[in-house]
Design a protein around this ligand. Structure first.
Ligand code: NAP
Length: 264
C-alpha cells in the first residue's frame, strides 16, 4: 500500500482552517488515498482554533528554513493558504517549493469589488491610507487594518484625528492617542456595523482589501451611510496555480494526488 501523501498547509486564515477540516471529513479527498496534514501557523493569534491533523507554530527561518522543513518532513504538497496581506510567506513558499520540487498551490480568496454608491479610495499601502485621510480632512475614523498595523496612523492621531480601532487580540502597544479599541472577531452583520458607525459618529473607514464575507458588512454599511472608505490594495503574489476557495483547493489536490490504489 502506498504511504500517505504528506500535505503542509500554511495557515492563519479561515480558508486554511476550513480546508484542513474538509480534508479530515469523510469523503473530503474523495478518490485519493490517505493524506497526512500538518497546519503551520506563524503564532500571531493567542488562541488559535483547534484543528484536526498536525500543527506546528512559528517561522521556519526564511525560504531556506522552509525548504529544509519540506525536505526533512517528506512533504509532497504545499498549500499556501496564508492571508492575502501576508507579504512574505507566499514568496518564501514559492522559493522553497521551487528549490525542493514540492508542488505548491496558493489558496487566495478574491478581493472585494466596489459597487454603485461606494465612495472608495484605493491606496497602495497603509502610509498612503494615512495620507488619504489627511487629504480628505477626516476626523473620526474606523480602523480595521489589524492590531500590528496602527503605527502609520500615529501622526494623524497626534494631530487630532480620533480613531475607533477594531481588532481580534488587543494591540500591544496601542500607539494612537485617544483611540477606542473594540475587540471582536467576525463575521459581522450589516445592521450591527451600521449601528457602530452611527454610535461613534464615524466619517471614514480604513480597511485592507481582505476579501471574503466575514468582514464585508462594514462596506455595505458605509455605502448605506455614504461614508468614505480608504481601501488598501493587496501586495503582489507569486505566479503559479491559484484557487479562490476550499472547493478549488480540494479539486486541485485530487488532480495532483490522483486516484487511490484500487479506486479508494
Ligand atoms: P508575512 O509577512 O508573510 O510573514 C512574516 C513571517 O512570519 C514569515 O517570513 C514567516 O517567518 C512567518 N510566517 C508567516 N506565516 C506563517 C505560517 N503560516 N507558518 C509559519 N510561519 C509563518 O505574514 P504576516 O502578515 O506577518 O502574517 C502572519 C500570519 O498571520 C500568516 O500566517 C497570515 O496568514 C496570518 N494573517 C495575516 C493577516 C494580515 O493582514 N497580514 C491577517 C490575518 C491573518 P519565517 O520567514 O521565519 O518562516
Amino acid at each position: 500500500m502506498a504511504p500517505p501523501a504528506r500535505l503542509l498547509v500554511l495557515g492563519g486564515t479561515t480558508e486554511a482552517a476550513d480546508l484542513v477540516r474538509r480534508l479530515h471529513a469523510p469523503g473530503g479527498l474523495a478518490g485519493v488515498g490517505q493524506v497526512e496534514v500538518t497546519t503551520s501557523l506563524a503564532g500571531r493569534t493567542a488562541r488559535p482554533a483547534p484543528l484536526p491533523g498536525g500543527r506546528r507554530v512559528g517561522g521556519f527561518g526564511g525560504p531556506e528554513g522552509l525548504a529544509r522543513y519540506l525536505a526533512d518532513e517528506g512533504i509532497d504538497v504545499l498549500v499556501d493558504a496564508t492571508h492575502p496581506f501576508a507579504a512574505h510567506m507566499p514568496w518564501h513558499a514559492a522559493e522553497a517549493a521551487a528549490a525542493t520540487g514540492v508542488r505548491r498551490l496558493r489558496l487566495l480568496r478574491p478581493g472585494w469589488s466596489s459597487q454603485p454608491g461606494d465612495r472608495w479610495h484605493v491606496v497602495a499601502d497603509l502610509d498612503a491610507a494615512g495620507a488619504e485621510l489627511a487629504r480628505q480632512g477626516r476626523h473620526r475614523v474606523f480602523l480595521t487594518t489589524g492590531r500590528q498595523e496602527l503605527a502609520p496612523f500615529a501622526a494623524l492621531a497626534d494631530a487630532g484625528t480620533w480613531f475607533l480601532i477594531r481588532t481580534i487580540d488587543p494591540p500591544d502597544p496601542q500607539p494612537l492617542v485617544g483611540a477606542v479599541v473594540v475587540l471582536s472577531r467576525g463575521p459581522f452583520d450589516v445592521a450591527a456595523e451600521r449601528d457602530l458607525l452611527l454610535e461613534y459618529d464615524i466619517d471614514a473607514l480604513v480597511t485592507k482589501d481582505s476579501g471574503g464575507d466575514a468582514t464585508s458588512a462594514k462596506l455595505d454599511a458605509a455605502r448605506a451611510l455614504g461614508l468614505d472608505v480608504v481601501v488598501v490594495a493587496r501586495p503582489p503574489t507569486p505566479s503559479g496555480p491559484v484557487v479562490p476557495d476550499v472547493d478549488g483547493a480540494l479539486a486541485w489536490l485530487v488532480s495532483q494526488l490522483g486516484p487511490a490504489p484500487g479506486g479508494g
